[in-house]
Write a protein that binds this ligand. Structure first.
Ligand SMILES: Nc1nc2c(ncn2[C@@H]2O[C@H](COP(=O)(O)OP(=O)(O)OP(=O)(O)O)[C@@H](O)[C@H]2O)c(=O)[nH]1
Ligand SMILES: [Mg+2]
Length: 294
C-alpha cells in the first residue's frame, strides 16, 4: 500500500481544483473562471485498492494585495512544505511563462518528488505542446510533464499512476469512504461563494465572505440553511442584491440547487447581505470568517 499527501500548486486559475475534483471523482473544491477561487487548503482523498492519494488543494499563486491574499499565499507555502509530493499545475491554454519555470524549480528544490500536469489541453492546439515543454526544459525544469484535460478526462490515468508512484509505502490516512476533510457546512458556504464568483464581476466576489449561521437537518430530512453574504462596501451590497432583489434571488437559487445535489435533500435557504468595510485587511474578521491558517 502506498499513501501520502500531494500538494497541488500553481498559478491562480490554472485548473488545480477542477483537476482534483475529477481525480477524486466528487466535487471537493469549488471552481470558477476567476482567479483566487480557492482560499483555503482543502484535502481531497482518492482511494484505490493499492494506494491512497490525499490531494491538498491550495490557493493559486497570485500577487497579494491585502491581508486575506497574503494569508492565502502563506497557506500555499506551508502546505508545500508538509507533503510527500508536489503536483504543479500549468495552464496550457494561458501558456507557459518564465514564472512557471521559476516556481517549478523552487518547489522541486524542497526535497520531495514533483511532477507537472499540463492541463486544459482541450482548448489549445495539440501541436503547441512540444514547444511549451521544450521551453520548460530550456529553463532548467527537470520534472516529468503530463498533458491532461480535466474537462475531457484526457491523460488522467497516466497522471494518477505517476502521482501514486511518488508516494511512500504506508497505511491509509483516511477511511475508504472519506473524500474530503471539510464539513458539509463548509461546502455549503463554498457553493454560495461559487455562484457569486460566477454571477458577479471583478471586485465583488473577491470581497465576499460567506458565513453559515444555521445549518440544520430537520426531522423530515430537509435542511434549513441560513447564511450571511459579507461584502466590503454599501455599493457592493446594492449590486449583490440587484434591482428588486433579482440578482441575489438568482444567485441563491443556483446555490440552493447545488446544495440540494450535494446534500441529496431539499434545502430551505435564507440569505442576508451584510457590509463589513475592508474585512480583507482585518486579522480578526479574516479569522472569524474561517480563513487563514489553522
Ligand atoms: N477547457 C478547460 N477548462 C478547464 C480545465 N480545467 C479547469 N478549467 C477551467 O479553468 C477555470 C479555473 O479552474 P479552477 O479549477 O477554479 O482553477 P484553480 O487553479 O483552482 O484556481 P484558483 O483556486 O483561483 O487558484 C474554470 O473556469 C475551469 O472550468 C480543463 O481541463 N479544460
Ligand atoms: Mg482552486
Amino acid at each position: 500500500m502506498r499513501s501520502g499527501t500531494v500538494a497541488v500548486i500553481g498559478r491562480a486559475n490554472a485548473g488545480k481544483s477542477t483537476l482534483i475534483n475529477v481525480l477524486v471523482g466528487e466535487k471537493v473544491a469549488i471552481v470558477s473562471p476567476k482567479p483566487q477561487t480557492t482560499r483555503d487548503r482543502i484535502l481531497g482523498v482518492l482511494t484505490r485498492e493499492d494506494y491512497q492519494i490525499v490531494f491538498a488543494d491550495t490557493p493559486g499563486i497570485y500577487k497579494s494585495r491585502n491581508l486575506l491574499t497574503e494569508d492565502m499565499m502563506k497557506t500555499t507555502e506551508t502546505t508545500s512544505r508538509d507533503v510527500d509530493a508536489v503536483l504543479y499545475v500549468l495552464d496550457g491554454h494561458a501558456g507557459v511563462r518564465k514564472e512557471d519555470a521559476e516556481l517549478i524549480k523552487k518547489y522541486a528544490g524542497l526535497g520531495v518528488p514533483l511532477i507537472v500536469a499540463f492541463t486544459k489541453t482541450d482548448i489549445m492546439p495539440a501541436e503547441n505542446i512540444p514547444a511549451e515543454v521544450k521551453f520548460l526544459c530550456e529553463e532548467g525544469v527537470e520534472a516529468d510533464i503530463y498533458p491532461v484535460s480535466a474537462r475531457k478526462g484526457r491523460g488522467l490515468k497516466k497522471l494518477e499512476a505517476a502521482i501514486a508512484a511518488m508516494l511512500p509505502e504506508g497505511d491509509k490516512l483516511f477511511p475508504d469512504d472519506v473524500v474530503s476533510d471539510r464539513s458539509e457546512k463548509f461546502m455549503i458556504a463554498e457553493l454560495m461563494r461559487e455562484k457569486i464568483l460566477l454571477k458577479y464581476d471583478e471586485e465583488i466576489p473577491h470581497g465576499v465572505a460567506v458565513v453559515v449561521n444555521t445549518f440544520r437537518r430537520r426531522e423530515n430530512g430537509t435542511y434549513e440553511v441560513d447564511l450571511d453574504i459579507i461584502c466590503e462596501k454599501q455599493a457592493h451590497k446594492a449590486i449583490l442584491i440587484g434591482k428588486g432583489g433579482k440578482a441575489l434571488k438568482e444567485a441563491a437559487s443556483f446555490a440552493r440547487q447545488d446544495m440540494e445535489k450535494f446534500l441529496e435533500a431539499k434545502v430551505f435557504l435564507t440569505t442576508y447581505v451584510k457590509v463589513r468595510e475592508d474585512w480583507r485587511d482585518s486579522p480578526r474578521l479574516i479569522k472569524e470568517y474561517g480563513y487563514g491558517e489553522e
